[in-house]
Design a protein around this ligand. Sequence first.
Ligand SMILES: [Zn+2]
Length: 351
Amino acid sequence: MPTITLKLELHNPTKVKQDMYERMTEMNTAFANWLLNHPELNKATSKIFKDFSSQKFPSAIVNQTIREAKSQKKNQKVKRFKKLWCCFNNQNVKVEKKGDFYTVAFPTLEKKIGVPVVTRPYQEAWLNRLINGTAKQGAAKLYKKRKKWYLAMAITFEVKPRHETKVMGVDLGLRYIAVASVGTKSLFFKGNRCAFVRRRYAALRRKLGKNKKPHMIRKIGNKESRWMKDQNHKISRQIVNFALANGVGVIRMEDLSGIRKRATSAKEAGRSLHSWAFHQLQTMIAYKADMAGIRVEWVKPTYTSQTCRCGHREKANRNGIRFRCQTCGYTLHADLNGAINIAKAISGFAA
Ligand SMILES: [Zn+2]
């Protein structure tokens, strides 16, 4: 079942409330660290809290914190928590709609009452699904970011798997960011504009580097990655819509995780440079496919760009964006040929 996380901003909590949330976080962190050093953490139940403090603290939070401390100790990631936000399980958080706005109620040091949250339309759609029971609420976390308090809530929902059987391949590259192919249909996303923007930012960075303005460089880096993220959202949306419109049940993509180490060809070297952007795009496609009930499969990326439909494989088959088989003379757009080979999983599936 796919899961999403809704980050709901608490609407203008009073100073008193904010102080209370702060105190809860501090107490929770201290309690968690106390637990990590407790010799009988394994047997701990919520009753253990009274050994830690005589103050009142919601047992709903205590239970989550014990679980967190146990798993932390098992994995031995760090010896102590720097900060452990208060968490609640699904039974302890209640979402309600009151008139035009939504409230969330969760355990605090005071009586449990619903507090209003700031919502955007897509968040309201999810909250409505929780209320009408078509999506399920998971655990939630109360946390602060940039002086604002939020409740992050996990939501799981069921997706009916599609009965369609058509397989679509998606090839990622530099000249064309993405090429999708299913049957005789294809969809191309030209990379020029992305490359252009990347070059422009790179030039600007060099200039600022000479003038020693690291702060500005970081700012540009953020702006560039925001732009890229936005592009990837749009491209992945169009690819999944294209799949839905063409009766696709399976999307296949290359598993590029090993490429950085290998990089045997120019294409691979180029893709390694842009690997974070490609990885982001693949993640977005996989996520949106998942939400639509389309299965995602990962194939080995070897030889997908050099192999002909006749089976002949040779580096010289590919020349830039042109594919021409040295044996049978078959010609095609090189990235489209790649996408077709990915759909066929010619080198098998990734482990
Ligand atoms: Zn051929």
